[in-house]
Design a protein around this ligand. Structure first.
Ligand code: ZN
Length: 473
């Protein structure tokens, strides 16, 4: 996932400033959204039915939600339609005053006790014009060309105070969802969930979606999409009408890369197919945990198709334990390296070699602007928010390991990792143990130089070839 990272990184850089915590707040375990889009009026109406659970130790009598600054709440009710008192006011984020949000405070009719759940129905609506003054890629809006609702623009109520650390923590909690999106005839709704059906009534069409499992985010896009499908592999592409020709190619590339990763590392367990939804250039490509990729337009115009390789590669990565999650190695180093392997497969070894040299150069540029990228071992990136270097040096660590253990060894490592850690998170020691067992080799020196220590930085800076590098181990 390339762009959500920016938002989380931005949040994380303020993490020490706040003292409120989301863990003292309840969490939403299910969203049921009824959305009505009016693209020509640049607005939407929504009814959000939220299942709220109290996982804290304390009774909760007030729940704060954040919404985009131009979204107004009309009413809050309970399950039996009784009115619940609430207040709303536009406020600034403590840490970044240019980020304005509507803070909605809902007074629970009676305190929500620990372990209990309740339902709150929030009716709201309005316009969205993005947050590009705070986060450049968040250009979300409602209009006839393209409408986009994402948590990045707080398009649906998110339990949080206007504080980065709290929002960051809140983004981590998982939920299921169902969505009914009603759009004018001629428009098509696409979503990061499974399409269950579509029904027309007078001048409107309603699309029904459901999450494929617990997720951290939901995204809904509305445009005059063309839809292309491949039934054999359950692949779908939503593209803007002018990019239909490019979408044929995107679908072909998706099919190829799914087959390629599956042949190397095995099929993803409980395969559900993949959906690519085109979003305008510069709005940020994003991959969701449920096999939906929101892909910037350039991939449809013949460039940046490797972003699709990257996003699909995330399905062949494992979760990292919380202590090492912010290293971004278990997700991004792998996705970057698998993307590179797809480039080698489809475009040849010399393009692959150039691509890897490009990653090394990007890392060297980062070390020039912040020497910590050179001095801090990969295994400690999380402590200093240096996870961006997992996209470059992290990918190189896997390149060197691959060269060291050979094709069969590398495949075996990844296959073992995926099966052993399908349902639980891993850390670096887990990975080392999997790698050593799978290849029956002692890899201590490699892990000491590339993961736990930073000797590898000098080797990279000296631009030693990978064939020479592996002779050390
Ligand atoms: Zn990624």
């Amino acid at each position: 996932m390339k762009t959500v990272f920016c938002l989380l990184l931005l949040c994380a850089s303020f993490i020490t400033l706040g003292n409120e915590r989301a863990s003292e707040l309840p969490s939403v375990t299910h969203y049921s959204l009824r959305l009505h889009f009016f693209p020509s009026e640049q607005r939407f109406d929504a009814e959000a039915r939220l299942t709220i659970a109290n996982h804290t130790q304390q009774p909760i009598s007030e729940v704060p939600f954040l919404l985009y600054r131009l979204l107004d709440v009309q009413s809050v009710t309970d399950e039996s339609d009784s009115t619940i008192r609430f207040s709303q006011s536009v406020q600034k984020f403590k840490e970044v005053p240019t980020w304005q949000v509507n803070v909605v405070r809902v007074e629970m009719p009676k305190p929500l006790l620990p372990t209990n759940s309740t339902t709150v129905v929030v009716k709201y609506g309005g316009s969205i014009y993005g947050y590009s003054e705070v986060i450049p890629y968040v250009r979300d809006r409602i209009n006839e060309q393209y409408s986009l609702l994402r948590p990045d623009a707080l398009a649906y109520p998110i339990v949080s105070h206007p504080s980065f650390p709290v929002l960051l923590e809140s983004y981590q909690s998982k939920f299921t969802f169902d969505i009914q999106a009603t759009v004018p005839s001629g428009f098509v709704a696409a979503c990061s969930g499974e399409l269950l059906g579509r029904a027309s009534e007078r001048d409107f069409v309603t699309f029904t979606f459901e999450s494929k499992g617990p997720v951290q985010r939901m995204i809904i896009a509305v445009a005059k999409f063309k839809v292309l499908t491949d039934d054999e592999q359950n692949l779908t592409v939503y593209c803007l009408p002018e990019d239909e020709q490019g979408a044929v190619n995107v679908l072909k590339e998706m099919k190829k890369v799914v087959e390629f990763y599956s042949s190397l590392f095995g099929q993803v367990r409980s395969y559900k197919g993949y959906t690519v939804v085109e979003i305008p250039e510069g709005w940020g490509s994003q991959a969701e945990g449920d096999y939906t990729i929101f892909q910037a337009a350039s991939a449809f115009k013949g460039t940046n198709i490797s972003e699709v390789y990257h996003e699909i590669a995330h399905s062949w990565t494992v979760q990292a334990k919380p202590a090492v999650h912010r290293c971004r190695w278990f997700d991004e180093a792998f996705a970057m390296y698998f993307e590179a392997l797809a480039i080698r497969e489809f475009r040849g070894d010399s393009v692959f070699q150039k691509h890897m040299e490009g990653l090394r150069d990007r890392w060297l540029q980062r070390t020039a602007s912040d020497k910590r990228n050179f001095d801090v071992p990969i295994g400690e990136y999380g402590k200093f928010e240096l996870g961006q270097s997992s996209y470059t040096k992290g990918a190189w660590s896997l390149f060197v390991l691959h060269q060291l253990v050979g094709d069969d060894g590398f495949k075996q490592i990844i296959r073992s990792l995926l099966s052993e850690f399908a349902d639980k998170p891993a850390d670096f020691k887990d990975f080392q143990s999997v790698a050593e067992r799978a290849t029956k080799r002692n890899l201590k020196k490699f892990f000491d130089e590339w993961i736990y220590g930073a000797q590898s930085s000098q080797l990279l800076a000296d631009k030693i070839s990978v064939n020479e590098l592996v002779k050390r181990y």
